[in-house]
Design a protein around this ligand. Sequence first.
Ligand code: BGC
Length: 754
Amino acid sequence: MKENLDPLIQQMTLEEECSMLSGESFWHTQSIPRLGIEHMMLTDGPAGLRKQTEKADHLGQNPSVPATCFPSEAALASSWNPDLICEVGHGLGEECRAQDVAVVLGPGANIKRSPLCGRNFEYFSEDPYLSSHMAAAYIQGIQSAGVGACIKHFAANNQETHRLTTNVAVDEKTLREIYLESFRYAIINGNPWMVMCAYNCLNGTFASESEYLLQKVLREEWQYSGVVVTDWGGVNDRVKSLTAGLDLEMPDSGGVFDCKVNKAVEEGTLQKEYVDSSVKRILQLLSLYRQSKMGKVRFDPEKNHELAVKAGGECVILLKNENEILPLVQTGKIAVIGEFAVKPRFQGGGSSHTNPTKITNAKEEIEKLYPNVAYATGFYINDKESNSKLVQEALEITNQCDKVVVFAGLSEKYETEGIDRTSLNLPAAQNVLIKKLAERKKNVVVVLSNGAPVLMPWKDQVQGIVEGYLLGQASGKILAGVLFGKINPSGKLAETFPNRLEDTPCYLDFPGNQGQVQYRENIFVGYRYYDSKHIPPLFEFGFGLSYSDFLYSDMMVNQNSATDLDEITVQVKVKNISDIAGSEIVQLYVHDQQTKVQRPEKELKEFGKVLLEPGEEKTIHFRLDRHSFSYYDEKHSQWLVQSGKFDLLIGQSSRRIMCKKTIEVCSTFQPKQNFNTNTSFGEIFEFPSTREYAKELIEYFERESGIDFHLGDNIEDFAQTVISDFPLKALVTFTKGRFSEIDLEQTIQKLNKL
Ligand code: BGC
């Protein structure tokens, strides 16, 4: 319920109001005891609570209270399960409530533009539909516990290099279809209490000062009414940011910038209404938090640890399982190699760093399930180069074993907030070891813990590959469970794993030059690029194996032709044809067959996850709407559908398409035409209302100009001829003025009336 805050604001002095516009401390908003205004605590997230009670920092360096470390967003997205993510959000929210935290700073919803971005572990996907739906679920979960979520970093913060100042140059279509789209659904449907601005500039303006981002898109188009906060220390010009729509500066900066706002109001260069509006939104947030505090909440660390186990169990991706080496049969001796088996990498570095309530490691958890195990270090997690003594020891141990499981990955040294990676390689120490083990033994399984894609030069030599991403504090238990079949893997990649760094879409433009990064690959991010360029990836978007096998059949669409206002329903049957229960993620992509604008080969528009017992069959239902078929039209500044044929592709992944149907969609959009001297004959021919007149003009043009345009018998085919591109003004030149400039003006007037 919205409180009437005007009387309270009226009692505040200008100085008090301005003081509300920034933090009281590193993690708290301003309090004004005289008026009964309390402070609120805002703190990180997003994979677990990072509440610092002593020394504060935004890089994860000082300790924080014990909290459950859930799987990172990169892992969570691989579950493709919004309900599960909502549950994790709720668990996180409960911990925040118990610690009197008002807003948790997450989730991150930036797109994974390059696999090199050092913070990709904290983002969901390369695909905006998936990312936005996962973020919405996370927000809903957190907020269902009575605390606020803060979606971040709005927008186009897709790299760590110069993240505080870099200028992102990107066209509007790309912004809308990819980078803003990753926030749109989450903000509209999740309705987070807060939105955090990105540090970087967007097309020449700091995100924190961008009226385009904060007013036009966020407040006007998406109707967002919550608080917009800076990223920590992300203020540039505070007065400008206030008028652009940025409410709160965090952390406190000793009042330096509040004074500037105060002065600007006093001098009349800033209207006081801007201050009032922002103060009101901050007080509204406080009021929301007060209302939602339903008594003290206690959180149960054991219960949340179990939630972390359950969640992580849905995130693991089985990338390779040759000869069904997995799940491991419990015979003979198993070699467990790699320091990650005893020192798990389970969370990202930087501001999301939590202090877990407990940690499970894979070696101990494996031994609980199957004690006949021999361990060798093989390499230390921070080692770059191979250590021959450790390699030798590992080889000796594996000689006595039937199977080898290598725990490899990236340590925080290689992957952390604030720094981008420069290579997709695992450290040589690990690649050398895996190759040597694979040369000797046939039965090698590699288990990876990393926040983003790595190259796998040994892919063809090993039998099994398990991608664990950063699974949170229960990672050891989860990975052991997958290896021994306690957990049937059901995760699928929420991003493409490339074969080479050179294959990545923004290879030539990451992380930019001289303070500027050009998004030249435009809408072709992730699989949109690999598919459109026919570049084979190492593992494609949406890919993941299971211990079960699934059969797809009977795809049906409710109509073969529709308008863009109709809702289209699609269904498909999926059957588990194995003898083990398992979950399948079914993906629906749309391909525009006849597009006249630049569009990717296919785009994800729906997905569903279904749990099937052995032999069980279920029907999965999908709903498509106008947005599923549309693209962002820069000319008309809106989402539009082009009439024509669309393929609906149901896949196990973006490249494993199991069923396909084609439908005809007719656009109801009636563009207001504004023909002018540079409008081409082709354009006027395209519109039904001007088509007949276009034919007359074309025939006249050919006759009077004496140019043979090879129109042939069928003028309808003229779109294939050179005249299609001629502008109307050519009528004057090529008839040598017989068609006068006055005729041209009158023709255009007539066309615009038709
Ligand atoms: C990060 C934010 C984080 C904030 C507070 C910044 O450096 O970019 O994501 O919430 O610090 O720790």
